[in-house]
Design a protein around this ligand. Structure first.
Ligand code: ACO
Length: 329
């Protein structure tokens, strides 16, 4: 049995936060943010809107487009670092309940911006082993809830949103997800952290709100991201005897235009091959790849059989890439 990427869906919150608005909140400018990141604006979820609310909206679209009936879903995996509840219940179980699916396997994974590649690999492995047939994978983030809006080094980057996909069993090899790489280097865990609120911090009793916000060594992360991602995509293409020119859509994690451009240039990709949404959504962590893919799909530019290359890098540090044909309609 193979695993096919059957459908895509996404949800984007209504409220827009522009660079001009941010420059009234912290010492920054539209010019700086645009030049250093490519971001012009990002979406912010409503105060009462949870990560699971956004995940459900994205999931409903993906399910409808897959042609699979809800009752046939046998597993839900959510990638998030901004869950509804930090310990339990998992966001996946909240999503399952909101969708009326109370007997599925449901769990979250934490791999920051690489989350969507990780959940994709989990779906592939469960399907290929024969344990599951129809897996709903979701990347959903309310990054605004864990962002410090007094820190100009991070608050300009992040946005909210959700993306979802149905990964389904198939016996048609042509539709199969070709390959997925996932990796981590925990020695660099302090490059991206929300330090407080867990057992790793001895000052938990004096929990301060700002310690639950993202802290990032931006420049160090940037350099490692470019080097690691470039090596990883070169490797996954070589291992699968695929030329960069055969990639129809390179859909990278949308963290920073300069990272995307550096990796795209290393592969000598044409502009038309590279999918960009960072200017309008910012960095939505685990949600960014499916949100970008959904835009491509809704614009009518993602067709059955087209080869996609995904890559992502994030907190952990974690990274990964995936090579796969779109197996939806
Ligand atoms: N406005 C104006 N100036 C700023 C801002 C800002 N918003 N932020 C930083 N600066 C200043 C700094 O203080 C510094 O000033 P100095 O030279 O006087 O010290 C100068 O700009 C340069 O700062 P750098 O941090 O070196 O800027 P850089 O070019 O690296 O850009 C950025 C910063 C955009 C954060 C970049 O490093 C980046 O994108 N990093 C990677 C982020 C990433 O990919 N993370 C992984 C995914 S996220 C996740 O997993 C949750």
């Amino acid at each position: 049995m193979y695993a096919a990427f059957r459908s895509i869906g996404a949800y984007v919150p209504e409220k827009i936060l522009t660079n001009a608005e941010l420059s009234k909140m912290v010492d920054t400018t539209d010019e700086w943010i645009t030049k250093r990141t490519g971001i012009k604006e990002r979406r912010i979820a409503a105060a009462n809107e949870t990560t699971s609310d956004m995940a459900v909206q994205a999931a409903e679209k993906a399910i409808e487009r897959s042609g699979i009936s809800k009752e046939d879903i046998d597993m839900i995996v959510v990638a998030t670092i901004s869950p509804d509840y930090f310990n339990m219940p998992s966001t996946a179980t909240v999503v399952a309940h909101k969708m009326g699916l109370d007997k599925v396997t449901a769990f979250d994974i934490s791999a920051a911006c690489t989350g969507f590649i990780y959940v994709l690999s989990i779906a592939k492995a469960f399907i290929e082993s024969g344990m599951k047939k129809n897996v709903l994978i979701i990347g959903a983030e309310k990054m605004s809830a864990i962002t410090d809006y007094t820190d100009r080094g991070t608050c300009i980057l992040f946005g909210d949103g959700a993306g979802a996909a149905m990964i389904c069993a198939t016996d048609n090899k042509e539709e199969a997800i070709t390959d997925i790489h996932t990796a981590a280097d925990g020695s660099l865990g302090d490059f991206l952290m929300t330090p407080d609120g867990g057992t790793g911090n001895p000052h938990q009793a004096e929990l301060k709100a700002e310690a639950s916000f993202i802290q990032m060594k931006g420049n160090e992360t940037f350099k490692i991201a470019v080097r690691t991602l470039t090596n990883d995509v070169v490797e996954i293409l070589a291992e699968n005897n695929t030329k960069a020119s055969q990639i129809k859509h390179f859909i990278p994690h949308q963290a920073n235009y300069r990272i995307i451009k550096a990796v795209g240039d290393a592969l000598k990709l044409e502009k038309e091959q590279v999918v960009l949404t960072v200017h309008k959504y910012g960095n939505t962590s685990g949600a960014s790849i499916p949100m970008a893919m959904n835009d491509l799909y809704e614009e009518g530019n993602l067709k059955t059989g087209e080869l996609m290359l995904l890559d992502a890098f994030g907190g952990g540090l974690t990274w990964g890439s995936a090579l796969l044909p779109f197996a939806g309609k």
